[in-house]
Design a protein around this ligand. Structure first.
Ligand code: AMP
Length: 329
């Protein structure tokens, strides 16, 4: 099995204890290989891995640079990913090249420890717009899809995912308030002391009885594997004197990036390019939070209530296309 995530990430415990429990060998992926898809491929080959567990951005990057070839991966029996949506075209790219491997999607927030649900893809999707389910609960875990009154929604309806069972952590370190807000009494037995975790993820139960992930209730996105609150970027943007107003939205891409972070802004005075603003934001934010697409506007689109229309912004950024990130088949 590959050991890909750093040790401070709960996902790494899956690799370590999973290998020990199965009597398998654990091969730690050298961190410097992460940005070199062909190096990752030769690591899989050299180590004769049977299980490759990585994240969608890595899988997309390897696909994009043509590093996935059946010839080199004869030993590989299973490919696993977790942490964000794997674009279906990337999955198809992998599955077509590795017809003998099984492909498993793991889903789960850190708060409920490693994975809470899983789905092993039945067959290579014939339609690249088909969504890959997050599947069924792992042993000892429960998935509940509830409305805002904590009542279960009907099959096929969209609700927020709550997780119960053995994976729940006690709460956030020294943050009772945040813990109380996210870990709520189990609505089916409010006095039992059992709790469920409010994920902030929108899901629905398909006709196939599998759970499908649809997006976030808030503005949290995953970009290049990082969990990012767009609001935090906007907050940093708002501190810049040269900006009159600005907004940050996430746009799904099919490439390595996952969600592209897009920023539109209105300069206060003079001429300011996206590059100028990016330079200023570099002092305030870690590199992975810096927007990758920019637009200078004379005013931001507003909705009927006078609020920034993020949806319109998102759509216009999405319409720009994703020319640089297409996956070849
Ligand atoms: P983290 O705690 O950093 O692992 O992030 C957890 C969040 O990542 C979840 O609440 C989901 O929004 C997202 N996530 C994790 N796994 C998946 C998956 N397999 N498919 C889609 N989203 C996922």
């Amino acid at each position: 099995l590959s050991g890909h995530p750093p040790f401070h990430f709960d996902l790494s415990t899956f690799d370590i204890y999973g290998s020990l429990a199965a009597g398998a060998e654990l091969h730690l992926v050298p961190p410097e290989a992460n940005l070199l898809p062909h190096e990752l491929a030769s690591f899989i080959r050299r180590s004769e891995l049977t299980q490759w567990f990585s994240v969608p951005s890595t899988m997309a990057y390897m696909a994009k640079l043509g590093a996935v070839t059946a010839a080199g991966f004869e030993t590989l029996e299973r490919v696993i990913w977790c942490g964000e949506v794997l674009p279906t075209p990337v999955l198809v790219h992998w599955m077509q090249r590795l017809p003998n491997a099984r492909f498993t999607n793991l889903y789960g927030p850190t708060e409920t420890t490693i994975a809470s649900s899983y789905y092993t893809v039945a067959e290579c999707p014939s339609d690249e717009t088909e969504a890959i389910p997050i599947g069924k609960p792992c042993a000892g875990e429960e998935l509940l899809i509830l409305d805002e009154h904590l009542t279960p929604v009907g099959q096929g309806e969209i609700g927020e995912l709550y997780i119960g069972g053995v994976g729940l952590t006690r709460g956030y370190w020294r943050d009772e308030e945040k813990t109380m807000a996210a870990f709520v009494p189990d609505p089916r037995a409010p006095n039992s002391g059992r709790r469920v975790y409010k994920t902030g993820d929108l899901c629905r139960l398909g006709e196939d009885d599998l759970v499908y992930f649809l997006g976030r209730t808030d503005t949290q996105v995953k970009s290049r594997g990082y969990r990012i609150e767009l609001g935090e970027i906007e907050a940093a943007l708002a501190t810049l004197e040269d900006i009159r107003e600005g907004a940050v939205v996430g746009v799904e891409t099919e490439g390595f990036e996952g969600v592209a972070i897009c920023c539109a802004f209105v300069p206060a005075t003079g001429e300011q390019s996206g590059n100028d603003v990016r330079q200023q934001l570099r002092n305030l934010l870690p590199p992975y939070m810096l927007p990758s697409r920019w637009r200078v506007m004379s005013s931001l689109p507003k909705n009927a209530n006078g609020k920034i229309d993020r949806r319109a912004l998102r759509e216009s950024f999405a319409a720009e296309g994703d020319r640089n990130h297409t996956v070849t088949r």
